[in-house]
Design a protein around this ligand. Structure first.
Ligand code: SF4
Length: 703
């Protein structure tokens, strides 16, 4: 905390890291952020985690890109071989005019010679809603197809697929704060104490006041200490466990008959399907004894009000959509949607992954999840976008785009604030694809691993240096306000996009984010009753908002669902094994994720002084018994090897992981977890199976 003498200005904004969307006050002196405090936003009520409080000084790091860069004619071959602190061996400075001309004309030339489909775009869940909207419009309007995606594909695409299919809406049905009104809550495949830390404080308070907290996870994560039930099931057996829970509820007739009759369809087929999944049959597979399954099922089904929270542990599997279908069915079976203290809540990861998805940064959907295959939707956008024909073909997803690049079908890319050279599965493949591009434009705040492959790099403003709106996991559209100037010549992403669009022949004339927001409102029903003035005055409004004075509906679907006849649907799910089962050669299971101090590919948090000091190097987590068997002391080096790659890394003893598992965070380029992950996709959400790869762990020769 600082006295007001310690700073020249304070600006209310939103934390740039996770989807909790904590509201902050940014204190600035002499053009630099001195400290950040939590303020009374609806999601955080003054609280912040270590990232929000101490993770801000990345914006002042000397590695910030301050001028446009163009690849030198005599640069070394494209690869991850540039130095972010000294890029001059690979790149030279350019004026904005030269860089924009080079960037835009390169994409337009590919369009002329090879057709629009030779260019694809990855946008960002770190930018504002207005910037996400403009980016998808840039690709759709400029290149005549829908090959535009972002990191939701690597995150909750399977959850959204299941929710859209069975509930009719991809967003949460209740805010996480509604747990205050619940009697029971399931947290599955999520580690909120590390990944959604402020949300986790509400979960802990819920448990302290007597709420029944059922934690299900292959890792015995910290929330276990607060749980009434901890089901540490075998990785990849989510469907078996959830179907067994629902079998108990069906067989013991604990379901909510009145709710099912009034608000659902498909129950009888579902009931017949679920009968085969008895706890006795599923116990060996999921590693949970039948009595524990029964107890958890009865606890959830007999409580009056229950909520279900989930994260990447559910979604990042080839059966991620089936996992989410099970969670939806469990909520419907027990009548736990639509009332205070009930609901389905996929905990969103990035600060604006909800908003970027809402804004249409998805290959099959226009803004507000309106399908590109619907002629009325295309007609609406033809009108708003002054005659633009929208392609009726759903576009390619992140991993599919990289495959087409690899095959030479996509020759140019525009990547805004994403880092596929670190975040894609089987990342060696993605890096080869990036190196093969004829023309790559990267817009970012640092020389990321992806930017090292670029032909042109456009320096962008970080979130505390820009204005606009972002949408958190609770569907709250919140205001981001500029607290400091961007360094050097770096500019806000929306303004760069406008200049790029004009250079590829688009007739864009936006002068500020407000104009973009007003255009978004023309096609997005979710923004009804939410005006720019309201956002400025109130700081944020949850959608849907029923009127100009309604701060937004924390709980939705109390009177039915946005589906046929207002009914949600039971979708039966079968047990599918992981794409790559452990075998004699690769006998253990590799799972990846985040850790409290670091954000995703580490480009921001590894440049934040405090966070980097707390977790300066990569470590994998292994059970103490496994380390003993390997003959490795805690802190010793181990080698992890999968069919795709090898990483040597320091090992940490951690009883939270099972003896046949290893956990590795994916933030560290020097021990890049994604060199080893599997790019096998869920067929519906097209999400890769980051959470399960067969791996061999050995004592490293470099002990
Ligand atoms: Fe930021 Fe998320 Fe931490 Fe809140 S919980 S301070 S939004 S990283």
């Amino acid at each position: 905390h600082g006295d007001s003498d310690d700073y020249d200005s304070e600006t209310k904004s939103v934390c740039p890291f996770c989807g909790v969307g904590c509201q902050i006050s940014v204190k600035v002196k002499d053009g630099r952020v001195t400290h950040v405090e939590g303020i009374n936003g609806p999601a955080n009520e003054g609280r912040l985690c270590v990232k929000g409080r101490f993770g801000f000084d990345y914006i002042h790091h000397p590695h910030r890109l301050t001028k446009p860069l163009i690849r030198r004619d005599d640069a070394p071959e494209k690869g991850m071989n540039a130095d972010p602190g000294n890029p001059w061996t690979h790149f030279r400075e350019a004026t904005w005019d030269e860089a924009l001309d080079r960037a835009a004309h390169g994409l337009a030339d590919l369009r002329s010679y090879h057709g629009g489909a030779s260019v694809a775009g990855f946008g960002s869940a770190k930018c504002t809603n207005e910037e996400a909207y403009l980016f998808q419009k840039f690709i759709r309007q400029g290149f005549g197809h829908n090959n535009v995606d972002h990191c939701t594909r690597l995150c909750h695409a399977s959850s959204v697929a299941a929710l859209m299919e069975n509930v009719g809406s991809g967003a949460v049905t209740a805010t996480f704060n509604e747990i205050e009104n619940a009697d029971v809550a399931i947290v599955i495949g999520a580690n909120p104490t590390e990944n959604h830390p402020v949300a986790a404080t509400y979960f802990k308070q819920f448990a302290k006041r007597g709420g029944q907290l059922i934690v299900m996870d292959p890792r015995a994560q910290a929330l276990k200490r607060h749980a009434s039930h901890m089901l540490q099931f075998r990785p990849g057996t989510d469907v078996a466990l959830l179907n067994a829970l629902m079998n108990v509820i069906v067989e013991e007739k604990l379901y909510d008959r009145a709710y099912i009759e009034q608000f659902t369809e498909g129950f009888f087929e579902f009931r017949d399907h679920i009968r085969a999944f008895t706890p006795e049959r599923m116990a060996d597979l999921c590693g949970i004894d039948p009595d524990t399954i029964r107890d958890a099922a009865r606890t959830f089904a007999t409580a009056d009000r229950g909520m279900i929270f989930w994260g990447m542990g559910v979604s990042q599997h080839i059966h991620g959509t089936d996992n989410a279908r099970c969670l939806i069915a469990l909520a419907l079976l027990t009548g736990n949607v639509g009332r205070s203290g009930t609901g389905l809540h996929p905990l969103r990861g990035q600060n604006n992954v909800q908003g970027a998805s809402d804004s249409g940064l998805i290959p099959q959907f226009m803004p507000d999840y309106q399908s590109v295959t619907d002629p009325e939707v295309r007609s609406l956008f033809r009108h708003i976008w002054r005659g633009t024909e929208i392609s009726a073909t759903p576009g390619l997803t992140v991993v599919e785009v990289m495959d087409r690049v690899y095959r030479g079908e996509i020759k140019g890319m525009y990547i805004l604030g994403e880092n596929p050279a670190m975040s894609d599965p089987d990342v060696a493949h993605a890096r080869k694809a990036l190196a093969a591009l004829d023309h790559l434009v990267v817009q970012d705040i640092f020389l990321t691993e992806t930017a090292m492959f670029a032909d042109v790099i456009l320096p962008a403003a970080a979130l505390p240096e820009k204005s606009g709106s972002v949408t958190n996991t609770n569907r709250a559209v919140q205001v981001v306000r500029k607290a400091v100037d961007a360094p050097g010549e770096a500019r806000e992403d929306w303004a760069i996009l406008v200049d790029m669009a004009r250079r590829i022949g688009l007739d864009w004339d936006y002068d500020d984010p407000r104009e973009i927001f007003n255009e978004m409102k023309m096609s997005m029903r979710s923004l009804h009753n939410i005006t720019w003035n309201r956002l400025m005055e109130e700081g944020g409004v949850i959608y849907p908002s029923t009127g100009p004075d309604d701060p937004g509906q924390a709980v939705v679907f109390g009177d039915g669902f946005p589906r046929r006849a207002g009914r949600a649907r039971f979708a039966p799910a079968r047990v599918t094994p992981p794409a790559e089962a452990p075998d004699a050669r690769f006998p253990m299971i590799l799972t990846t994720g985040r850790q409290l101090e670091h954000w995703h590919t580490g480009s921001m948090t590894r440049r934040a002084t405090v966070l980097d000091a707390v977790e300066p190097e990569a470590t994998c987590a292994l059970h103490p018994a496994t380390l003993r068997d390997l003959g490795v002391e805690p802190g010793g080096m181990v080698t992890l090897e999968t069919r795709r790659g090898t990483v040597t890394v320091k090992a940490r003893a951690d009883r939270a992981v099972a003896p046949d598992m290893v956990f590795l965070p994916f933030a560290y380029v020097e021990a890049a977890a994604n060199l080893m992950t599997n790019s096998a996709l869920d067929p519906y959400g097209k999400i890769p199976e980051f959470k399960f790869s067969a791996v061999r762990v050995t004592r490293a020769h470099t002990q």
